[in-house]
Design a protein around this ligand. Sequence first.
Ligand code: SF4
Length: 226
Amino acid sequence: MIVRGKAKKPVYIFIDNDFAEIRDASKLWGGKDVREATNLLKEETKDPNTQVLCIGQGGGENKVAYASINVTIHNIAARGGGGALMGDKNLKAITVRGTKGVEVVDSERFSGRVSTLFKKMKEAPGVPPLNRYGTSSGMLMINDLGAVPTKNFTMGRMDDVSTLTGQHLVEAGYLKRRVSCYSCPVACHRYCTVEEGPFEELILVDQNLRLFPLLVLDAILKIHLW
Ligand code: SF4
């Protein structure tokens, strides 16, 4: 999909199977964050399976150079400043609803091939730990490599990352749910909760910015208010 030009006022692109139109998004602009806007747009389409690419007020709408695009709230296209591009076009969101599936010429052969590849991917080196412990299963290795963003990227290592690993999340009972993008055998997402006490986000807030004293590195938290 290529979006050319720029709308005169805030809009969103609505796609429902073969139908597409540009709709007014004035009520979403300058007042609704990604979560609120996404939920409102999903309500409008009356289908909870509608997917929504959306920009936020602070980043995208203000054309911050590194603004991201959120995909149905939790997944984020965070590189390259795509959110700023959408903001510049006054494009708050793109909603997509599709129910027709994809036609395949030889469905039997296709399904067989998909099953084989799915199995291969699941067993590929590196995938089982990602599947079991999520992205943070690599924290020890990343720290050893000196690649943990620390103190505004001036350093690359922490003294101890053991409490920031996916393994710790599981063992300490913080893990609530494993989640996957559609049809992905890796399923690397983790939803965790910290019921009480201090917590630390994985790296990019606490560790990188050193906003809080490193008192208790007790858990990784997806800060989003899911
Ligand atoms: S679940 Fe799969 S597709 Fe989604 S981020 Fe993880 S590895 Fe990538």
